[in-house]
Design a protein around this ligand. Structure first.
Ligand code: AMP
Ligand code: MG
Length: 336
């Protein structure tokens, strides 16, 4: 059931009272708070178990409002905002005074975006201000793409969940730093590097070597409970069957070229045919492997062009070394 006008009003009330609202966007569901209320922003970090140094994205209703949230709007930012907003592109700019440091992880830059989802836009317009929102999941785990995912993972910790159905894009936004002369992609996402190059007339820079605090860059992120192991496409079947024989409950992402190959494993899913469908379904499939009791997921990386870059980035992080349980805010919820 998609959110009604009454739901939007209720959600606005929750935001004004300093509460947390889960909101649908075209990328993933966000856990939103009034961006200008440091206490409410603090609750996001508590609920997620997210380190306070990890900055959040400020969501606004309209690109025209960008200047209210940043110190200045460079030309490249204006061009990119006009081309891609509303849409899955986040711009990092110098922080305006309106944005509390709690929302930026103490940084003097702020990430801003206009989401392309009718429910998110209705909420943002009715609320009038900015809503800071990271993905509505516990720190490090798989982002939610349905309201059911949010409720299953966060339960009563979120004051209100706005239902906007399944997310169309399915992976997070592309984050572009526009604080220096050449824009650089900090995180690949729903808008591709090729799309950005087409608008700018030159390719965006690769991320600088300087340490930038981007939560998605933690070695393990976007991770299901099951271990994720990446192998070459032609080895997926053999590796999966070997692990299953060794006693694992194996979930398999079967590459398209092997779609007709029978696999002796616990749960087998054919990789969706288009990168758009793969991105849209990726997190739901990872969650489904967990639900079906898999302890190991065997996958291969798609070609890193277009949306494939974002999918490969998320799969690599999902396969990354896990933080020790001591680092986890809710170790009990994530058995080894
Ligand atoms: P999440 O929704 O969990 O992916 O978190 C929001 C994303 O925005 C994270 O990947 C942040 O690193 C990114 N972000 C927010 N503010 C900044 C900033 N000032 N500089 C770089 N990245 C940022
Ligand atoms: Mg996240």
């Amino acid at each position: 059931m998609t959110a009604t006008n009454d739901d939007i009003e209720k959600a606005v009330g929750v935001l004004r009272a300093g509460g947390l609202v889960a909101l649908p966007t075209e990328t993933v569901y966000g856990l939103g708070a009034n961006a200008e209320d440091p206490a409410a922003v603090g609750r996001i970090f508590e609920v997620k178990g997210r380190p306070p140094s990890h900055p959040l994205i400020v969501h606004i209703a309209d690109g025209e409002q960008l200047g209210d949230w940043v110190e200045e709007v460079p030309d490249t930012a204006r061009v990119l905002a006009e081309a891609f907003w509303p849409g899955p592109l986040t711009l990092v700019l110098r922080r305006g005074r309106r944005v509390p440091l709690e929302a930026t992880g103490g940084l003097e830059t702020v990430a801003v975006r206009v989401p392309d989802h009718p429910v998110a836009l209705a909420l943002l317009s009715a609320f009038g201000g900015g809503v800071t929102a990271p993905s509505a999941n516990r720190f490090g785990s798989v982002s939610p793409t349905t309201p059911q995912h949010v409720r299953a993972e966060l339960g009563d910790a979120v004051d209100f969940v706005l239902d906007g159905g399944s997310c169309e894009v399915g992976v997070e936004s592309t984050i572009v730093d526009v604080t220096s002369d050449v824009p650089s992609i900090l995180r690949p996402g729903g808008v591709t590097a090729e799309d950005i190059e087409a608008v700018l007339g030159y390719p965006p820079a690769a991320p600088s070597a300087a340490p930038v605090r981007v939560p998605g860059q933690h070695p393990s992120h976007y991770a299901p409970r099951a271990r994720v192991v990446l192998v070459e496409p032609e080895k997926v079947v053999a590796e999966a069957e070997l692990a299953q024989e060794l006693g694992h409950q194996v979930g398999v992402f079967l590459p398209a070229a092997f779609a007709d190959t029978p696999v002796k494993a616990h749960a087998v899913v054919a990789v969706p045919a288009s990168t758009a469908a793969y991105a849209r379904e990726l997190y739901g499939l990872l969650r489904a492997f967990d639900q079906r009791g898999c302890d190991l997921i065997i996958a291969s990386l798609p070609a890193e062009e277009g949306l494939g870059a974002a999918i490969a980035n998320r799969l690599r992080r999902a396969a990354g070394p896990r933080p020790s349980d001591a680092d986890r805010a809710t170790p009990a919820a994530r058995p080894a």
